[in-house]
Design a binder for this molecule. Structure first.
Ligand SMILES: [Zn+2]
Length: 297
């Protein structure tokens, strides 16, 4: 039954993808669940309790209230188009740093401030994932933030720290982050490049987010954890951009006569390794963000 649901979800994803009705879906649900589950294992015990309590108090019904499901909420909220949520939040999921002329400030619409007296979740539609992570982390840490906004801030953070680590959410080659490039590979159904990095390469790791997360957690060394827990969303976006420049775009073969790209087995292997590393880093860094925001002094 679960497998049938999984296949249905995949099929829906493929249909949506082929219709190209939206830009970036970001890591598919599985990627976001993995990031949240990895993060959970690196939370301080008291922070984990606070996260669970915040999610348990959530009255929203778009997702279940466990940490893995809540990490997919921002996509569901955008797609549900509640109170114009599609247009209001669509651009918050990425930072389109151009490969040909990289500028974080341009990709962040020059960092518009949140108007006084409003919250980060009411902030300008033209803003980037880097700014939104900083804004929501500040709200989560601020004891003056109202209860409803606090839960929303947590759910956006659970999702956006994942998004900024998806290389094609932190880069663009005038192709809507790979959405306009048609690709295929042996054993994978044809789609666009963005979708491959959101979903297909994550699927290479297996069908179950929990199993994958425990495997990743088991392979993260103390040294890696310490090294990854440095910098902030600006650095993470630049790092994901570098991965994209080197691999997501850099390793693309020449297009065929119809303009589509046939990915080699080497490309798929490199991409799957990149995805494994990015999901692991995202999990460790999400834990760091939550620990910093919710740790009692
Ligand atoms: Zn997203």
């Amino acid at each position: 039954m679960r497998y049938a649901i999984y296949l249905t979800v995949l099929a829906c994803g493929a249909i949506l993808n082929s219709m190209q009705i939206d830009r970036a879906v970001a890591w598919g649900d599985e990627g976001h669940q993995i990031v949240a589950l990895v993060a959970q294992s690196f939370l301080d015990a008291d922070v984990q309790k606070r996260v669970n309590a915040l999610l348990a108090a959530d009255t929203d019904s778009l997702t279940a209230h466990d940490i893995a499901s809540a990490a997919t909420w921002a996509d569901k909220y955008r797609d549900a188009n509640m109170s114009n949520s599609r247009e209001r939040t669509r651009q918050w999921h990425f930072v389109d740093i151009e490969i040909s002329a990289p500028s974080l400030d341009d990709a962040c619409f020059n960092h518009p401030p949140i108007p006084g007296g409003t919250t980060a979740s009411d902030g300008p539609a033209a803003d980037c994932v880097v700014d939104k992570i900083q804004q929501f982390a500040a709200e989560l840490a601020d004891p003056g933030t109202d209860a409803e906004e606090r839960v929303v801030a947590l759910k956006f953070l659970l999702h956006f720290v994942g998004d900024v680590h998806q290389p094609l959410h932190s880069s663009d080659d005038h192709d809507r982050g790979g959405n306009d490039k048609r690709v295929s590979a042996t054993g994978l159904s044809a789609g666009n490049l963005h979708h491959f990095w959101d979903t297909e390469f994550v699927n290479q790791l297996g069908p179950d987010a929990r199993t994958i997360a425990s495997d990743l957690i088991g392979h993260i060394t103390k040294e890696q954890q310490a090294k990854w827990q440095s910098g902030g969303p600006v650095d993470w976006a630049k790092e994901a951009f570098a991965t994209s420049k080197d691999d997501s775009y850099g390793q693309l073969p020449e297009p065929n006569a119809r303009g589509s790209f046939r990915l080699t087995d080497d490309y798929v292997t490199t991409a799957t390794n990149d995805v494994t590393l990015q999901l692991s880093k995202a999990g460790v860094r999400l834990a760091m963000v939550l620990n910093q925001a919710l740790r009692k002094p």
